[in-house]
Design a protein around this ligand. Structure first.
Ligand SMILES: NC(=O)c1ccc[n+]([C@@H]2O[C@H](COP(=O)([O-])OP(=O)(O)OC[C@H]3O[C@@H](n4cnc5c(N)ncnc54)[C@H](OP(=O)(O)O)[C@@H]3O)[C@@H](O)[C@H]2O)c1
Length: 341
């Protein structure tokens, strides 16, 4: 039986990878700090939870010393993080490092965390220039990308078969934040209108965790040192994302499409983008990767999971700073009043 070890395995990508590999007959070790977050279905399907601190070398030794056919590292944010894991890669068949599209820069050196959003002219392939590698605090807007690039380079230069997967806006069960909560909460609260900036035309490519998991399974069987984009086969506009949620719950609301207005937050969504950000998925396809489904097909799982967790424990896991100020219904009602007069 093939064995996989997933660092950060109870997170959105880790869970999806574990489900996919278990279904294909793998033995899966799910590693994280808090066993209480281990999804019951993974345990029921035979996954083993291991308590691990990814940033601690002795903890990594107990998880990786026996080797594995596949290592999925969802928690490499810096070159130092990569260097902690690299010594174990000699006994790992294929390694996947989860990276981000935040590494890409446009012709003016701007990236997704720049103050001014980047302008890309067409789908971004893996050969697109990236931010130079750097250090500093990876938890800041300026530090995240340079540190990710440094982690990627450390892995790729190690001489081991490491596939770097650059994900975009990830959706799936267990996401925190789950961006779809922006629409699901409004549907549960029976809002009569949905407001969208930029005429609802913003595109910031989505990445279903189940699609990333399919790509992980593909490269597990094809060890190599490479970089691949990991996004959905389609790149929906924010209007299409809103419609997918409404259609899923058979909900109907008035769509109010607004132009940009820097003085108001009404209609700002987690997918807003001044110009489209779309990842080119042809390199993954050439390797034989077959996505599980489109955004709307794969988001259904997230939408049901969010509605289910809401019934159980209210906003619960989505009660996060990320959503602060994103449900200003009073401002939306004011806006609606102006429109209807
Ligand atoms: N989510 C996105 O939209 C997105 C987009 C692009 C790229 N990415 C990349 O995807 C990767 C993470 O993916 P994700 O979104 O699946 O993460 P996630 O949902 O935030 O989950 C992170 C997981 O790691 C565990 N964890 C955190 N710190 C740990 C530590 N020190 N030791 C052991 N376990 C730890 C957490 O559980 P405990 O807290 O219980 O340990 C949790 O299970 C990151 O590398 C990120 O850069 C994410």
């Amino acid at each position: 039986m093939s064995k996989a070890v997933i660092l950060g395995g109870t997170g959105v990508i880790g869970q999806a990878a574990a489900r996919r590999l278990l279904a294909a007959g793998w033995q899966v070790d799910v590693c994280s700090r808090n066993p209480g977050r281990m999804p019951a279905d993974l345990e029921a399907k035979g996954a083993r939870h291991q308590i691990l601190d990814r940033m601690d070398a002795s903890s990594l030794r107990s998880a990786l010393n026996d080797g594995a056919d596949l290592l999925v590292d969802c928690l490499a944010f810096t070159a130092a993080d990569a260097r902690l894991v690299i010594p174990f890669l000699g006994s790992i068949g294929s390694t996947v490092m989860i990276s981000s599209k935040a590494v890409y820069i446009d012709n003016d050196g701007r990236h997704v965390n720049s103050e001014v959003r980047p302008q890309f002219h067409g789908p971004i392939s893996e050969t697109n220039p990236t931010i130079p590698p750097g250090s500093g605090d990876y938890r800041t807007a300026e530090g995240y990308g340079p540190n990710k690039v440094a982690a990627e380079q450390a892995f790729l230069d190690s001489g081991n078969p490491v596939t770097v997967i650059r994900a975009s806006k990830v959706h799936g069960q267990g996401a925190a934040p789950a961006r779809e909560w922006f629409f699901v909460k409004r549907i549960l609260d029976r809002r009569s209108a949905i407001f969208l900036r930029n005429g609802g035309k913003s595109i910031d490519h989505t990445s279903a965790a189940v699609n990333v998991a399919a790509l992980i399974e593909t490269v597990a069987g094809l060890p190599g040192a490479r970089v691949l984009n990991g996004a959905d086969p389609d790149a929906p506009t924010v209007l299409e994302i809103a419609r997918a949620a409404a259609r899923h719950f058979r909900y109907s609301w008035r769509e109010v499409l607004l132009e940009e207005d820097p003085t108001s937050d009404v209609g700002r969504t987690p997918w807003d983008s001044a110009s489209p950000m779309v990842l080119d998925m042809s390199a993954a396809s050439e390797l034989g990767y077959v996505p599980v489904g489109t955004y709307a097909q794969t988001a259904a799982e997230t939408l049901d999971w969010l509605a289910g967790t809401f019934q159980r424990d209210g906003a619960g896991a989505q009660n996060l700073p990320f959503f602060e100020g994103r449900f200003d219904y009073a401002a939306e009602d004011e806006h609606l009043k102006v429109l209807t007069h």
